[in-house]
Design a binder for this molecule. Structure first.
Ligand SMILES: [Zn+2]
Length: 82
């Protein structure tokens, strides 16, 4: 996605902005005390609608790592699975 090519439909219609999607409006997600100050990098494919959002490294990622349960990778992970 960061390369400008959509991983889903392979088109070069990926647009990028920082903090383009406001938390709490587009999504009902909250991290206590962290979400309102979170900075993000947002990628949207305007061909198929695929959307990726990354937090910029910092306090928000650290709080999520502390508070959200970690998913243990299964032995039989499938190609393309995230
Ligand atoms: Zn796409």
């Amino acid at each position: 996605m960061r390369s400008g090519i959509c991983p889903k439909c392979r088109s070069a219609s990926v647009h990028f902005t920082r903090n383009g999607i406001r938390r709490g409006q587009a999504f009902g997600l909250t991290v206590r005390g962290a979400w309102s100050t979170a900075q993000s990098e947002d990628f949207v494919c305007t061909s198929c609608g695929y959307f990726e959002q990354y937090f910029t490294p910092g306090g928000t990622l650290q709080k999520i790592a502390e508070k959200w349960p970690l998913i243990r990778p299964a032995n039989r992970s499938q190609p393309g699975d995230r």
